[in-house]
Structures are given as structure tokens and as C-alpha cells.
Design a protein around this ligand. Structure first.
Ligand code: 3PG
Length: 389
């Protein structure tokens, strides 16, 4: 693909698609990870003398009208703070943008426009007409073939990849294509069913596949253990067995359980540690036991590449967080090339302040998983096509 860094941007109108889809609570941004990741790209474009228009989606508003709760206003304010200059938010922009004296503006939520998600051709052409150069930098949205990610890249005079997108593709490529071995993949989270293609893909390339959270519970059940009230998927036990036959899969052999119901969970919920063969009908697995966590930490210590997505327990509550903490710290301390991605994974990394110690923290959620599955990202494919001319 063409790269932004190779383009002459001086005096050009540069439209940058970013993924500024940040979590909000009562209008306040709860994680600025994606905003911070976008700053170097914006600064590079400004330093190169560009007139910069930023665009992004936020949330999943109903298309075709303005919805204040999905406005990018809080994002514009945060960008302004980070860049040390005013970043005006342009509400109506599809038919033309007057930047006035500003050198950087943010275009209001692309998903307010009818046709965005359907990748409508006339909308994409209007977006393309706004700029001399289109920069795709939204790795987190690169798995969506939408007007602001795919269509616009098709019609813009020049379409190239921004530095964030390029570094995401580099880091993930380094972990997945020809990785330094052993490659250890850690896949946590609640359901085997939602990550089956990821587990399948990783089972083919990883030397060891570690599963955590509810995913581990289905494997615990597949080994013939009672799992009581634990979150697991009975119908996926055959899949768990199949993966275990072909791959070295590590799952919990000792567990932390609670008898508290979901509504009673708290930071000091009462828990018990026991062998996976001793779980009672009224208990629920909520974390790895210490032996399993230590075993996984040792595996991580000996790895040369680590790919991590998904927590190993209900780490939002301190009482259930030990397993995820041990694994996160092991990844942070390891000398392996480590790549982590996914919303919950980023929250875990934040909880223990480990972001600086992971080799690469991806800004992608769904895009990260699709890339790991080996799927082509449509917004990257179109850049490749355009680069061929
Ligand atoms: C994400 O948060 O994964 C991306 O911003 C994509 O959002 P979407 O799933 O609403 O398309």
C-alpha cells in the first residue's frame, strides 16, 4: 500500500479516517487510548503542512439524523487538549468543508450520514471530493467495508495508509507470519462460540494455545469435570475436544470459585481455590487457580512471541482478578515480542498500568480478531488495489 509518510502533503487537503470510537460514560471519555494513538498521525500531517480533516464514527447511532449522545464533541475537546490547539467540530460537512483559519478540524460522526454503513457510492464520492489525499488510519474499523473506510478510499485522488494503520499491520504481521518461536497465544473471554475461528486459526500456528475465562470453563467441562454454575457452552464441548486433539491447549486445572450470585459480586467476594475435579454444583468458576496461573506464567516466560486477547477471569472484581493479573504481569515481564488487543484486554492492561511493557498494544477490537483469524480487512484491501493503480 502507499504510505502517508511518502506523500507530499504540503498545502493539501488531507482527510484522515481514524477510529476515535472511544468508550463514554455520561458524556465523559473513559479510555483515551484510541485518541492518544491518533495524535502522532495528526501531528505528522500538520508538520508536513497539510490542511487536516479528521473523520470517525462513534457508537452505533441510527443513520440519517443527528443524535447528540453519539456526537464527537467530547472527542474534539480531548483532541484539542492533546494537540494544544482548537479542533473545531464540523456538523455539516458532506457537501463541503470550510476550514476557515483552522489547520485541523474534526468532522461530526460519519454514522449520522445515511448510506455510511451500506458503503453507499454517492456518499463515498462526496467524502472523496473533500480531499486531495485520503489517509486510512483507523485500524480498529478496517474490518468494516463502509463509505468512510472503503468507498472513500476507492474514489479519493490518492489513498494511502496512515502511520498507525501501518504499525498495527507490521506488529500483527510480525506476531503471526513467521513469528519467533515458541509462539504462545492466549485467548480469554467468555465464549468459545464467539472466538471459535480465532481459536482455530491460532491452533494452527501457535506452539501453545492458552485459554482463559469462560472459554477455559468449556475445556474444563470437556475433560469430564463438573463445572457447577460456571459460564460454559455444553454444545461446544466437541469443538474443545477437537482442538485438544490437534493442539497443545492449556486450560484451568485448578480454579477459583464463588458461591455468590452475579448480583452479589464485589471486590471482596468470598472465593475458594480447588482442583478442577472438585467443583461443586452450587459453585461458579470465576478465575484460574494459582497453580494454573503460575504454569501459564512459566510458559509465557519461555515464549519468544506472545499474542494475547481476552482476560482469564472476571478481573473487574479484585476478588476474581488474580489469574488475569499474574498472566498480564508475566507478559509485561517477558522478553518475548508481545502483542495484545481487544477492549477487555486493554482494560486489564490499564488496570495494572502495563501498557509500556507490552511490545505492541493494538487499538483494534473486532478488527484485531479478524486479522488474527486470517481474514482480509476490506479497508486495507482497497488500499492495496489502489496502490496497484
Ligand atoms: C470497534 O470499536 O471495534 C470499532 O470502532 C468498530 O466499531 P463497530 O463494531 O461499531 O463497527
Amino acid at each position: 500500500v502507499k504510505l502517508m509518510s511518502d506523500q507530499d502533503l504540503a498545502g493539501k487537503r488531507v482527510l484522515i479516517r481514524q477510529d476515535l470510537n472511544v468508550p463514554l460514560e455520561d458524556g465523559n471519555i473513559t479510555s483515551t487510548v484510541r485518541i492518544l494513538a491518533s495524535i502522532p498521525t495528526i501531528k505528522a500531517a500538520l508538520d508536513a503542512g497539510a490542511k487536516v480533516m479528521l473523520m470517525s464514527h462513534l457508537g452505533r447511532p441510527e443513520e440519517g439524523s443527528y443524535d447528540e449522545s453519539a456526537s464527537l464533541a467530547p472527542v474534539a475537546a480531548e483532541l484539542g487538549k492533546q494537540l494544544g490547539r482548537d479542533v473545531p467540530l464540523i456538523k455539516d460537512w458532506v457537501d463541503g468543508v470550510d476550514m476557515g483559519s483552522a489547520d485541523v478540524v474534526l468532522l461530526e460522526n460519519v454514522r449520522f450520514n445515511a448510506g455510511e454503513k451500506a458503503n453507499d457510492e454517492s456518499l463515498a464520492k462526496k467524502m472523496a471530493a473533500l480531499c486531495d489525499v485520503f489517509v486510512m488510519d483507523a485500524f480498529g474499523t478496517a474490518h468494516r467495508a463502509q463509505a468512510s473506510t472503503h468507498g472513500v478510499a476507492k474514489y479519493a485522488p490518492i489513498a494511502c495508509a496512515g502511520p498507525l494503520l501501518a504499525s498495527e499491520l507490521d506488529a500483527l504481521g510480525k506476531a503471526l507470519d513467521n513469528p519467533a518461536r515458541p509462539l504462545v497465544a492466549i485467548v480469554g473471554g467468555s465464549k468459545v462460540s464467539s472466538k471459535l475461528s480465532v481459536l482455530d486459526a491460532l491452533s494452527k500456528i501457535a506452539d501453545t494455545l492458552v485459554v482463559g475465562g469462560g472459554i477455559s470453563n468449556t475445556f474444563v467441562a470437556s475433560a469430564g469435570n463438573e463445572v457447577g454454575n460456571s459460564l460454559y457452552e455444553e454444545d461446544l464441548i466437541p469443538e474443545a475436544k477437537r482442538l485438544r486433539e490437534t493442539t497443545d491447549v492449556i486450560f484451568a486445572t485448578d480454579v477459583r470459585t464463588t458461591k455468590d450470585g452475579f448480583s452479589d459480586w464485589s471486590h471482596d467476594s468470598k472465593t475458594e481455590v480447588k482442583d478442577a475435579s472438585e467443583i461443586q454444583a452450587d459453585e461458579e468458576i470465576i478465575d484460574y487457580g494459582p497453580e494454573t496461573a503460575a504454569r501459564v506464567a512459566e510458559i509465557i516466560k519461555n515464549a519468544k512471541t506472545v499474542l494475547w486477547n481476552g482476560p482469564c477471569g472476571v478481573f473487574e472484581y479484585d476478588a476474581f482478578a488474580k489469574g488475569t493479573e499474574v498472566i498480564s504481569r508475566a507478559i509485561a515481564e517477558s522478553e518475548a515480542f508481545s502483542v495484545a488487543g481487544g477492549g477487555d484486554t486493554l482494560a486489564a492492561i490499564d488496570k495494572w498500568n502495563l501498557a509500556d511493557k507490552i511490545s505492541y498494544v493494538s487499538t483494534g477490537g473486532g478488527a484485531f480478531l479478524e486479522f488474527v483469524e486470517g481474514k482480509k480487512l476490506p479497508a486495507v484491501e482497497i488500499l492495496e488495489e489502489r496502490a496497484k493503480g
